[in-house]
Design a binder for this molecule. Structure first.
Ligand SMILES: NC(=O)C1=CN([C@@H]2O[C@H](COP(=O)(O)OP(=O)(O)OC[C@H]3O[C@@H](n4cnc5c(N)ncnc54)[C@H](O)[C@@H]3O)[C@@H](O)[C@H]2O)[C@@H](O)CC1
Ligand SMILES: [K+]
Length: 482
């Protein structure tokens, strides 16, 4: 798993490391790594390094210091470097001296329009982890003159380091080079960061436990249930799907189908769309009602069941079975309208709630807001549940405060029925007895991979995501073993 630390923790860790490190050594390491990546980008985008032009956007703090030192390193490789100072009187003194010694040019930012227009690469050292709010006007005015690719120092300036939100002008980077540890912005707003590369500055021993975790392929592969020689269709975990209605059977077909694709055990369907589900998925054991569905090891309840009395009874029944429940879509609205349905929950039974932003607002009374991680954590604690908040970066929080994040691999999966596929997959993993928090994270991971495989740059319907689940599972298993 990849660890991610909030800026307050990183600042504390840096202070501890600074106390035992010679002055300037950390910035030197950071800037050297930055210069290596800058040279790589010049080769990639401008064909070579020597003779190319780099513009440095330099703010008042150490982020600007990193950029200035990197500029000095690039000068040694024959790059033409111009620093544009946003606060000339507060630019990092040692970095500025180093750049001047190396033959770099220095200009006030307001004179920088033509330098930016002619640059082959722009290095954004406006602001780093001490950022607050959107870019200030002096920096914001420069954005329109940038056409070259941008390499962000630590994070793209103007994007909130801990929440990834953008409230005004901000940098969009092709690549971000970060130091010591990944920060929340890198997973919560990957579109602004571009490719993120981590430069080791020796911080890991000071960091402690991460605040957020991101699964990688090996984690997803390791968690994915694989049947052994002793397994039969029951031992792998039977998942029950209570979804859809006679008038709207689509959600039932998608959720049940996703469970079929995601598990090698058995899928039960219970509800008014039984005939349609059976027609699509002959392997599903389908009945008309949850009350005669038989035993399952996990229930998925909600997509398309409606928010009336019948839906409520279905949810209460599932909650009382003593098995994990994934409550999605209409089930979330039912809980929002009548929180007392949760009284039916067998104590200690895992509950996984999978709202999108609108359902989250219904459930908790307020939208997730800019700090989606804190919002998800608070709701998970309030409902004593795992809360999977859908969005461009899916956030999975549990009641104990653990958080997994899964940045999307594109926006194509934001399509009708996509959530039904996710809940079917989640149910399959719950039935296979994965820790519910991990089940949510692994389902989100494989769902986004399946969506990417299915889309390949064009719109993809939810049924396409569903059809790509086997390929996604095959991919993680192949990479995870490699
Ligand atoms: N502390 C360390 O040991 C190291 C720090 N490093 C760098 O230092 C950075 C943190 O440096 P600092 O704490 O000096 O602060 P920053 O460089 O992040 O910010 C400096 C100043 O920018 C201004 N600012 C804040 N928000 C702004 C906005 N929205 N628009 C324009 N200007 C804004 C403020 O005056 C702030 O004090 C890290 O991100 C990293 O790049 C690296 O050199 C590695 C080592
Ligand atoms: K920056």
């Amino acid at each position: 798993m990849q660890g991610i630390w909030i800026t307050e923790r990183i600042r504390d860790a840096e202070q501890r490391l600074l106390a035992v490190t010679p002055e300037g050594a950390l910035m030197y390491r950071a800037a050297f790594g930055l210069a290596v990546h800058a040279a790589e980008m010049l080769k990639e985008h401008a064909g070579r390094v020597a003779g190319r032009r780099v513009a440095l956007l330099v703010g008042a703090g150490n982020n600007g210091g990193d950029a200035l030192w990197a500029g000095a390193f690039l000068r040694r490789r024959g790059v033409g470097v111009t620093a544009l100072l946003l606060a000339a009187d507060r630019a990092h003194p040692a970095g500025l001296a180093a750049l001047r010694r190396a033959g770099g040019r220095v200009l006030p930012a307001e004179d920088g329009a033509s330098v930016l227009e002619q640059a082959d690469l722009v290095i954004d050292g406006i602001v780093g982890i001490s950022a607050s709010g959107p870019l200030r006007p002096g920096a914001a005015n420069l954005l329109e003159h940038i056409s070259a690719p941008v390499l962000a120092v630590d994070l793209p300036s103007g994007v909130d380091p801990d929440t990834g939100t953008v409230d005004g002008p901000a940098i969009t980077a092709a690549r971000t080079v970060t130091f010591g540890a990944r920060k929340p912005v890198h997973v919560l707003n990957p579109a602004r960061c571009g490719d993120v590369d981590l430069v080791d500055i020796g911080l890991s021993g000071e960091l402690g436990e991460p605040d957020l975790l991101r699964l990688d392929t090996a984690d997803a592969a390791g968690a994915w249930p694989v049947p052994g020689p002793e397994d039969d269709k029951y031992t792998q975990g039977v998942v029950g799907i209570a979804a859809g209605s006679a008038a709207f059977p689509g959600a039932a077909v998608l959720a049940a189908g996703a469970a079929v694709r995601a598990t090698s055990g058995m899928v039960r369907y219970a509800g008014p769309a039984a005939d349609v589900v059976r027609d699509h998925w002959p392997e599903v054991v389908a009945t008309g009602s949850v009350f005669d569905a038989g035993r399952v090891q996990a229930w998925v309840v909600g997509p398309g069941i409606g928010t009336g009395r019948e839906g409520r009874e279905v949810l209460e029944h599932a909650l009382a079975q003593g098995v994990p429940v994934c409550a999605d879509a209409d089930a979330i609205t039912i809980i929002a309208n009548s929180p007392e349905v949760l009284d039916a929950r067998e104590p200690g039974t895992p509950l996984l709630l999978t709202p999108h932003a609108g359902e989250f607002e219904r459930l908790t009374g307020r939208p997730p807001g800019s700090d989606r991680v804190s919002a998800a954590r608070a709701a998970a604690a309030r409902f004593d549940a795992v809360l999977l908040l859908k969005g461009h970066c899916t956030v999975v929080a549990d009641a104990g405060g653990r958080v997994l994040v899964n940045p999307a691999r594109g926006s194509w999966p934001a399509t009708a029925g996509s959530g039904d596929v996710l809940s079917g997959m989640t149910g399959a993993l719950l039935a296979a007895r994965l820790d519910p928090w991990l089940a949510g994270g692994v389902a989100a991971y494989v769902h986004s991979l399946a969506a990417e495989r299915a889309a390949r740059g064009v719109p993809v319907p939810a049924s396409g995501i569903l059809d790509a689940i086997p390929e996604a599972v095959r991919t993680i298993r192949a990479l995870g073993q490699g």
